[in-house]
Design a protein around this ligand. Structure first.
Ligand code: NAD
Ligand code: UDP
Ligand code: UDP
Length: 374
């Protein structure tokens, strides 16, 4: 592995570490899969600002051209509409692999899911879920998180191996499942239901981590693994069903904030610029990981609703809804490892970051309404 690392560093100049005084860093060719999505587009902005040549590979399942179109006239930028489930040939130095349907609403989207919601016996549920996974694997549609996570990651690792590129996987705190350890440390192996409705995402990402480590150990691919905790910010999909985007859009539209379950479950919310900084430090650094990248500030969903009320509309009502299946009760990252080895920690607190997201949502929500009424 050390040899691969030295070869990589000598090929790309000092891009991976500190640049000696007076020396210019080589311009890197960087692929961002999922680069038209929420996190990916912010990462692309930073890489473009650094002067890299950036190729976005995205099938626009949840991503939007609008997120990156401000780079269209820049010759350093290229956009390829492509599904990572299919192989692709590119010549690059770094691969940020983000492509994946990331919100529960999107990754649970599947024709068979409708049948699941109508089947009442638990036995039938399990059978249907198993069938659903099998079916999704043979269907030529990669909207199922599992296929994108497994076949997509395999293809990107194959690409990294062929061209000697460094490969960063955006894994997730979901690999810890409904954690029995709190806060979660990278050494914790997790508590995941392998046959539940969230499994295509959780188990898909766990398999992606396995593949990354196997290519690292077996084929000397330089890999980096980030375990990302709940992230919010401008450009999030408005109706993707995630809690922060839901609450913000609901408060702006004067609809009640939908709290699932008793609202006592917790999450830790990270602003997107902090995440992007962490991803870049991880890619440039010398440690494989996995690293937790998240903000340790922990909130119950009721506390989050309160912050949204304070930020947007103190009169916003709260409406309780049944919780979704297998919802993790608690989640909070232990970021000691990232602090020590990457020199990284989040800087933006929820009360600072939320108004920045609200500004963007306000424009998009009311812009959309104008379009609908015209
Ligand atoms: P997003 O849905 O906004 O972005 C994902 C992007 O991937 C979209 O542009 C989508 O069109 C693209 N994509 C999906 N399937 C694809 C495929 N088969 N081929 C090509 N492109 C495909 O989600 P995001 O929040 O920006 O998440 C980015 C990454 O970070 C994901 O891998 C996600 O699992 C991970 N992550 C995000 C969070 C979070 O809170 N945002 C938390 C944990 C992990
Ligand atoms: N792959 C790709 N682009 C490349 C190299 C490989 O998409 O530049 C895909 C390839 O089609 C295969 C996967 O990556 O499906 C794994 O490739 P690898 O060479 O590791 O395995 P093999 O092809 O030998 O099974
Ligand atoms: N949630 C909620 N109201 C919503 C959407 C989600 O109370 O409108 C809850 C959900 O049940 C979960 C938490 O918010 O407990 C975070 O959900 P999200 O889908 O944002 O992220 P994840 O579950 O993947 O961490």
């Amino acid at each position: 592995q050390k040899k691969a690392s030295i070869e990589y560093m000598s090929r790309i100049g000092s891009a991976g570490g500190k640049i000696p005084l007076g020396l210019k860093r080589k311009v890197l060719r960087v692929v961002v899969t999922g680069g038209a999505g929420f996190v990916g587009s912010h990462l692309v902005d930073r890489l473009m600002a650094r002067g890299d040549n950036v190729i976005v590979v995205d099938n626009f399942f949840t991503g939007r051209k609008e997120n990156v179109m401000h780079h269209f006239s820049n010759p350093n930028f290229e956009m390829i509409r492509h599904d990572v489930v299919e192989p692709i040939l590119l010549e690059v130095d770094q691969i940020y692999h983000l492509a994946c349907p990331a919100s529960p609403v999107h990754y649970k989207f599947n024709p068979v899911k409708t049948i699941i919601s109508f089947s009442f016996s638990q036995f039938l549920n399990i059978v249907v879920v198993i069938c659903c996974l099998d079916l999704a694997l043979v269907l030529n549609s990669s909207v199922c998180g599992y296929k994108t996570n497994v076949v997509g990651t395999l293809n990107m690792l194959g690409l990294a191996k062929r061209v000697g590129a460094r490969f960063l996987l955006t894994s997730t705190s979901e690999v810890y499942g409904d954690p029995l350890q709190h806060p979660q440390v990278e050494t914790y192996w997790g508590n995941v239901n392998p046959i539940g409705v969230r499994s295509c995402y959780d188990e898909g990402k766990r398999t992606a981590e396995t593949l990354a480590m196997d290519y690292h150990r077996g084929a000397n691919v330089e890999v980096r693994i980030a375990r990302i905790f709940n992230t919010y910010g401008p450009r999030m999909c408005i109706d993707d069903g995630r809690v922060v985007s839901n609450f913000v859009a609901q408060a702006l539209r004067k609809e009640p904030l939908t709290v699932y379950g008793d609202g006592k479950q917790t999450r830790s919310f990270q602003f997107v610029s902090d995440l992007v900084e962490g991803l870049m430090r991880l890619m440039e650094g010398e440690h494989v990981g996995p690293f937790n990248l998240g903000n340790p500030g922990e909130f119950t969903m009721l506390e989050l609703a309160k912050v949204v009320q304070e930020t947007i509309d103190p009169n916003a009502k709260i409406e309780f809804r049944p919780n979704t299946e297998d919802d993790p009760h608690k989640r909070k990252p232990d970021i000691t490892k990232a602090k020590e080895l990457l020199g990284w920690e989040p800087k933006v607190a929820l009360r600072q970051g939320l108004p920045l997201m609200v500004k963007d949502f306000r424009q998009r929500v009311f812009g959309d309404q104008k379009q609908e009424s015209s």
